[in-house]
Design a protein around this ligand. Structure first.
Ligand code: MRU
Length: 345
């Protein structure tokens, strides 16, 4: 099956599918401008933690590309300006900062080279990071599929597929891998208010993959667990603290609480690049707040009185005690996560 590529390097431009236009329009943006890419990140045209890591790395390449013929000082300055601009776009996904750090390490390690060589090294690193992301997704899919029983019914939240990564996805890779293994699975996809990543993106991707998917409003999940035998909940992550507390799309915590109430295993699937071992627990994770307009005027129709106060965090933090396992590319981590996370890093 032809896999959608969320983001691609085309020689000296970046091409991304504009996720705000899905599922009705398949529109691509191609640019050599870091400003355009940064704006696309802020507006969620490209989104999902691993895809943000790939975008950040390509952003550095775009930002430095225009300074290959400049002085070394100016080239280094363009790196710093690009990294600062990208770091200001979205604060929660660890992968974005992790990718910037990787690029910075390459710059440091090669600082004595000329600007053309430096640029080639940076570009090479961004491409390598993207390939690693693809490999990582496949490994997560394979490890996670072991946790999916035959005839399983699964609930998922937000979008964690090819659109959210540089490969086939994280939580969604587990779903599609189990589907390819003919496990006869069924999925309930939360619509994921306010920006409907579940309805617009997950359903679109799962339908294309031939997975039996049913769309539910976020507030329907408890009723679905009460009425149906749900075998597992699986979601992605934007940042995981050293103790396993996990930031993911707003509404994930609700889902974890009701899963525990109904005795349903609750799994996180994420690459180790999402783990922030510098943070002891989830209270330290920076949570992005989005504009009121996305809640009261999300898709061109006003849905609340003008001037209403709105609180719109993009993510919440699920405490580790609600998490049954964290599926990474290096294997399945079980509680206590302080130990299992430390042992793989
Ligand atoms: O605001 P978004 O759409 O970038 O949020 C994305 C999520 O919360 C995903 O679940 C997470 O990044 C994991 S993507 C594999």
């Amino acid at each position: 099956m032809h896999r959608i590529k969320s983001i691609e390097w085309l020689g000296n431009t970046v091409r991304l599918i504009d996720q705000t236009k899905l599922p009705t329009e398949e529109l691509y943006i191609e640019t050599d401008s870091l400003d355009v890419l940064a704006d696309a990140i802020i507006k969620l045209k490209v989104r999902g933690a691993p895809a943000l890591g790939v975008a950040a790395a390509y952003g550095i390449v775009l930002g430095t590309q225009k300074n290959i013929s400049s002085s070394k000082e100016k080239f280094f300055q363009s790196f710093e300006n690009s990294a600062a601009l990208i770091a200001r776009t979205r604060p929660t996904a660890k992968n974005l900062f992790w990718a910037l750090e990787r690029m910075r390490t390459v710059l440091r390690q090669n600082k004595d080279n000329d600007t053309a060589t430096l640029f080639e090294k940076l570009k090479h690193e961004a491409l390598a990071l993207h390939v690693e992301d693809e490999v990582m997704c496949l490994a997560i899919g394979n490890h996670g599929a072991e946790l999916v029983p035959m005839n399983a019914t699964i609930i998922t939240h937000c979008n964690t597929g090819a659109l959210a990564t540089g490969g086939i996805g994280t939580a969604q890779a587990v779903i599609t891998t189990a589907h390819e293994q003919k496990k006869n699975i069924r999925v309930f996809a939360d619509e994921t208010r306010p920006l409907l990543q579940g309805a617009r993106l997950t359903v679109w991707e799962l339908q294309k993959a031939g997975v039996d998917v049913t769309l539910i409003c976020d507030n329907t999940a408890a009723f679905v667990m009460q009425k149906n035998k749900i075998d597992l909940v699986i979601v992605g992550a934007d940042r995981i603290a050293a103790n396993g507390d996990t930031a993911n799309k707003i509404g994930t915590y609700n889902l974890a609480v009701i899963a525990q109430k109904h005795g349903v295993p609750f799994y996180i699937a994420a690459p180790t690049s999402t783990i922030d071992s510098s943070l002891q627990n989830g209270k330290e994770i920076p949570i992005e707040e989005r504009s009121a307009d996305e809640v009261v005027n999300g898709f061109g129709k006003q849905t609340a009185p003008s001037g209403v106060k709105v609180f719109s965090p993009a993510f919440d933090v699920t405490p580790n005690e609600f998490i049954s396992a964290i599926i990474t590319e290096k294997g399945i981590l079980r509680p206590p996560f302080v130990h299992s996370i430390a042992s793989i890093l």
